[in-house]
Write a protein that binds this ligand. Sequence first.
Ligand code: SF4
Length: 353
Amino acid sequence: MENINTDNFSQAVISWQKQYGRHDFPWQKDRNVYRVWLSEIMLQQTQVNTVLPYYNRFIDRFPDVFSLAVANIDEVLFLWSGLGYYSRARNLHRSARIVVSQFKGVFPNRIEELQKLPGIGRSTAGAIMVLAYKKRASILDGNVKRVLARYFAIYEPINLGSTEKNLWRLSDELVPDKEVIPYTQGMMDLGAIICKRSQPLCERCPLQQACMAYHKQVQHVLPNREKQKEKPVRQSDFVLITQHQLVLLKQRPKVGIWGGLWSLPQRTELEQLKPQPIIAMGPKWLEFRHTFSHFYLDCRIYQATIDGLQALPMGWIWYNSSYSVSIGLAAPIKKVIRQWFLLESSNKSRSSS
Ligand code: SF4
């Protein structure tokens, strides 16, 4: 291992965390494993300030693993709507069912078992072991990777498998035997509020004395990343069909973008309506680009009218946006619907005045 004193490292992190770290998140006040698990899943790829209102709403509605396990996935997706990466919500629901059916509602307390649950990777399993079970385990989320890559002045791109392996080894060796909670929370906090992606606050960092990036003054250029390929662009044509206060929606297939969420139907999907009604396509009403982690989706929204529509097939509904029906709507589509109804009501009030 690099020439470091692991005790000094962990002690510096622990003392700093106790004095300056974050202590008031709702999942820190009651560290039961369900709450820790939920917060860790929500915090994957998402900032803490975004997560907080979602977490509180989720806990209000699903206070324990039993209530989540018996819930309808539509309601779970509804409460997740806007948080993105919807496979996390579906995995959460699947995991809750497994925990209830196979473990009698008690989360496993072995890291190997935890990692078998859908949506729990090595780092999330490590965080649960530490924060809920107070056991020694390591984590390697984006924040911890950055702290370690800078502290050890690792120039190899951190998104390479070989570098990640090295970072896991370092992370593992640095975990102390005691006080694992303030240590692990400290590493998360350091990455989030001191060793930030841009403009790290080295002057306030408890690791500054031995930090190699700081001594070489390369903290602003590390960590390196292998350049990602340019994201491809896809296109989708959606159709906005409304009748009075109702808008026609279709549920997305479970796999794929916005999996399981409700959306405006795509133009080609209208063929599924049998017997085929008369659909008069109107002009393109709106166009926007939505960014996914691996591609861009250029969405074009067309208005259309429909006539002679009989019963809707499974997975189609007329949605009334003024009722707060608990369905998971894809966030950009929700905005489109809201925008359309706002426009409609302002047109109406103009024509009646
Ligand atoms: S000294 Fe600076 S670069 Fe080094 S770990 Fe601390 S904040 Fe990060």
